[in-house]
Design a protein around this ligand. Structure first.
Ligand code: FES
Ligand SMILES: [Fe+2]
Length: 339
């Protein structure tokens, strides 16, 4: 497997990047991230050009990094500005500086050649909006990112893997609608559930008692950003005849699916809501509950990765209707990877 290069990936949450030197491997490329005194996020290759000591294990001197081994000193643009024991700095002494865009609470980096088009980064404004309250986390996944893409595009697994949290029998029973915008390269998967059971994730956060109407609208922007627009309302309230969902509770679930290596993934997850904005208890509940759900997926996918590693080449899977979104995602990813 190769990674889709010439793409934007989420390397970190903005708040993870500060004075410290944060090491993070993205698509097999080791990076060090930090923030300059002026507040700008910087991402450099995490290997000193001298004897490859990780810059993330080194020290800061103002906006510069001084290699912790022999003192090569790098500016935020990756250029080495001082070497020990000599006045002249070799012209080739520089580490790669990655293009960085901070947006919607994420630090995006361009993994590829040349300059990336920042306007191509998919937006997710809820996660940085005062009209929403967001809880978030990141779990390391010891499995290839494609398994997480598969997992997130088929929410019928909620019924089985996440029973008692977000899954109820109706999720798996309700057919899905899948659409692909070939030109924009986006996969849409949606499911409408009417008059169904309210799982604890939503009853405890919204306070709704009784049955609900529940919408799931997925948007997957390969390779990295997955958005689930979730709408919950007491049965009969939603939607209006014109599709108006303004009386519903809105939950925006996001995942940034960032490959670390060929068989490991950074699983960034976020849950934003437009109700009970100041209610710390609701935040704690949603953070804890979503983390539990994410860990259930992590556990299952870590098992799958081991299964894949032990099986002979060319094993054939069987796909069914619920896999339509996942298959479309694989096709778009294959197209990006081939580029
Ligand atoms: S390894 Fe960095 S200065 Fe020698
Ligand atoms: Fe899941």
């Amino acid at each position: 497997m190769v990674f889709a290069r010439n793409q934007w990936y989420v390397a970190a949450y903005g708040r993870e990047v500060g004075d410290g030197l944060l090491a993070r491997t993205i698509c097999g490329e080791p990076l060090v991230l930090y923030r300059t005194r002026a507040g700008e996020a910087v991402a450099l290759a995490d290997r000193c050009v001298h004897r490859r000591f990780p810059l993330s294990e080194s020290n800061r001197d103002g906006d510069r990094i001084v290699c912790g081994y022999h003192g090569f000193t790098y500016a935020p643009d990756g250029v080495c500005v001082a070497v020990p024991g000599q006045a002249r700095v070799p012209r080739t002494a520089r580490v790669r500086a990655y293009q960085v865009v901070e947006q919607d609470s994420f630090i995006w980096v361009w993994i590829g050649d040349g300059e990336g088009d920042a306007s191509a980064i998919p937006r997710a404004a809820w996660f940085d909006s005062p009209e929403y309250t967001t809880v978030r986390g990141m779990e390391p996944l010891a499995a290839r990112y494609e398994l997480l893409v598969d997992n997130l595009l088929d929410l019928s697994h909620e019924t089985y893997l996440h029973a008692g949290h977000i899954g109820t029998p109706e999720v798996a029973q309700t057919p899905i609608n899948t659409e692909v915008d070939e030109e924009a390269g986006i996969v849409y998967v949606s499911r409408r559930m009417k008059d169904v059971e309210c799982p604890p994730f939503y009853s405890r956060s919204t306070g709704i008692e009784g049955r609900i109407d529940r919408w799931q609208d997925i948007e997957y922007h390969p390779p990295c950003l997955y958005l689930l627009h979730s709408r919950i309302a007491p049965t009969g309230v939603e939607p209006g005849p014109d599709g108006d969902d303004s009386r519903a509770f809105h939950v925006e679930v996001g995942y940034a699916i960032t490959p670390e290596t060929e068989t490991s993934t950074h699983d960034f997850w976020l849950v934003a809501r437009d109700f009970a904005l100041e209610d710390e208890k609701v935040s704690q509940f949603l953070a804890g509950s979503n983390r539990t759900v994410v860990l259930q997926d992590v556990e299952a996918l870590n098992v799958l990765e081991k299964v894949i590693a032990s099986e002979p080449e060319g094993y054939q899977e069987l796909s069914i209707n619920i896999d339509t979104g996942g298959l479309a995602a694989r096709r778009l990813l294959a197209r990006q990877t081939a580029r």
